[in-house]
Design a protein around this ligand. Structure first.
Ligand code: GTP
Ligand code: MG
Length: 207
């Protein structure tokens, strides 16, 4: 699938999203955690989703098509301190609506910085997903910033915290920069998208 994902469209609000059908997996997380970079690594592209030079770059809901049915959704980052309070409130509302109401949403990949996982806003997001019975896979991104033992310690601690916050959520570390953890992410998405092959890359090309 990797070379076939295509940018479909950008939407400024939940209400403007296209018809609620097909299958969607969304990428959520604090601003600057690396959601857009993870999407690009997953799709084998350098600039499918725009990467921030400064936090707060993704200000719309961006949808990428994998094939006619399956879509990947890049959500705006939450918790960007420099955004105005009203802007932050608005996006919290839009994301909440998306998570609670979107019928075709299969699950969320919540991207966190491996050095600072499970911050207040991440916990709020997890609580929302749990209340809405959404599947969640947590990615501890930027693992290249830590040495192997620090990385492992961060993963252990995050898994321990998740066991009380949202026991059904899975969690692993990831590096969009080094493309580390890609096979595991592809396995999770294959299961959610119910692709027979265990390899997400085997998804059929966009028609
Ligand atoms: N070292 C390292 N840097 C990364 C990694 N992933 C992302 N970054 C950097 O982190 C910054 C933010 O990345 P984005 O992908 O734009 O983050 P985002 O979560 O989409 O940000 P918003 O759109 O602002 O919410 C960029 O400077 C990236 O180059 C990674 O795995 N390792
Ligand atoms: Mg982004």
């Amino acid at each position: 699938m990797s070379a076939s994902a295509q940018f479909l469209c950008s939407y400024s609000s939940y209400a403007s999203l296209p018809f609620d059908d097909g299958l969607e997996v969304a990428f959520a997380g604090r601003s600057n955690a690396g959601k857009s970079s993870v999407l690009n690594a997953l799709c084998g592209r350098k600039a499918l989703a725009r990467i921030s030079s400064a936090p707060g770059k993704t200000r719309h809901i961006n949808i990428f098509g994998v094939d006619r049915q399956r879509k990947l959704v890049d959500l705006p980052g939450y918790g960007y301190a420099k955004a105005s309070e009203s802007e932050q409130r608005r996006w919290r509302r839009e994301i909440t609506r998306y998570v609670t109401e979107r019928k075709c949403l299969l699950g969320l990949v919540i991207v966190m910085d491996v050095r600072r996982p499970l911050r207040e806003t991440d916990r709020t997001m997890l609580a929302l997903c749990r209340a809405s019975k959404r599947r969640v896979h947590v990615l501890l991104n930027k693992s290249d910033k830590l040495n192997p033992s620090q990385r492992y310690a961060s993963l252990e601690k995050a898994r321990e915290n998740l066991s009380s916050l949202y026991p059904d959520a899975s969690c692993n570390y990831f590096s969009a920069l080094k493309r580390e953890g890609l096979a595991e992410l592809q396995r999770v998405l294959s299961a959610w998208f119910k692709v027979n092959s265990s390899d997400f890359r085997a998804l059929p090309p966009l028609k």
